[in-house]
Design a protein around this ligand. Structure first.
Ligand SMILES: Nc1ncnc2c1ncn2[C@@H]1O[C@H](COP(=O)(O)OP(=O)(O)OP(=O)(O)O)[C@@H](O)[C@H]1O
Ligand SMILES: [Mg+2]
Length: 258
């Protein structure tokens, strides 16, 4: 199920402004890759190029190549909707469909994919909620609105919704930034348990979190004010946090800037 992502020569623009420049990197399957770097260096932009969400923004465009195993995501015959199904995303703020029940929040994508029947849907909803480490907390109130859950529960609900459709890749953009420490740990545990099956990319401003959850870490930076973001280096997380190759990485992780 998990797939390798190979990014080469990737540039992303908002109108005439280039936000990220010449990114080339590999994201390994069945592991967690963290993206770190100062605000505005293009982490979220890069994430959105990986499931063709960038181009949804008016005047935004992408140059370069993203391969998901053998599939060129920007190939002319590729359906962006199918890409978004294969590459799921969890956002910074939990965004459950507010009026929908907990059950329907998880089932929504399945229904769009043509899964029918309360029993079949029920099985997948339960499996996804268990996978997201939320089942025990919500099993007695599946018909209540998703918006009635705590922030941490809502974020795990969004993760359940994302994994229900069995994506090949899971992108998470600061998934814990709105959560308290206990919910954060629950989400981190969940990420650790999902990585056997998925290719996971997580953007985080929390260095400890990157060190705890990821196998590989990519550090991004701006060459200067008004310049596009670039990948400075990507390596094993342990190496990045103990002995990075670039001075800029060391300055950032030791809190000298950013
Ligand atoms: N919708 C948009 N329209 C125009 N410019 C945008 C848009 N979204 C982001 N940008 C610009 O692109 C650059 C990269 O932004 P991005 O959100 O990718 O950074 P980031 O690394 O995720 O930052 P943060 O850590 O603050 O979330 C910034 O200069 C930002 O202002
Ligand atoms: Mg961002």
């Amino acid at each position: 199920m998990a797939k390798r992502i190979e990014i080469s020569g990737l540039n992303a623009y908002y109108g005439k402004t280039r936000a990220i420049e010449d990114i080339s990197m590999t994201v390994e399957p069945r592991s967690v890759t963290a993206f770190i770097g100062p605000s505005g260096c293009g982490k979220s932009t890069l994430l959105r190029t990986l499931n063709r969400m960038h181009e949804v923004i008016p005047n935004a465009r992408v140059e370069g190549k993203v391969m998901l195993d053998d599939l060129n995501l920007y190939g002319s015959d590729v359906d962006p909707v199918a890409v978004r199904r294969a590459v799921g995303m969890v956002f910074q703020r939990p965004n459950p469909f507010p009026t929908m029940s907990i059950f329907d929040n998880v089932a929504a994508g399945l229904k769009l994919n043509g899964v029918r029947g309360r029993n079949r849907l029920g099985e997948i909803v339960e499996r996804s909620l268990r996978g997201a480490n939320l089942w025990n907390e919500v099993k007695d109130r599946l018909n209540r609105p998703g918006a009635g859950l705590s922030g941490g529960q809502q974020q795990r609900l969004c993760i359940a919704r994302a994994i229900a459709v069995e994506p090949q890749v899971l992108l998470m953009d600061e998934p814990c930034s709105a959560l308290d420490p206990i919910s954060t740990l629950a989400v981190e545990d969940l990420i650790a348990s999902l990585k056997d099956q998925y290719t996971i990319v997580i953007v985080t401003h929390n260095m400890q979190q990157a060190a705890r959850v990821s196998d590989r870490t990519g550090f991004f930076n701006l060459a200067g004010q008004g310049q596009p973001g670039r990948l400075v280096e990507i390596d094993d997380t342990n190496k990045i946090f103990t002995n990075p190759s670039e001075k800029a990485t060391e300055d950032y992780i030791t809190g000298r800037f950013g």
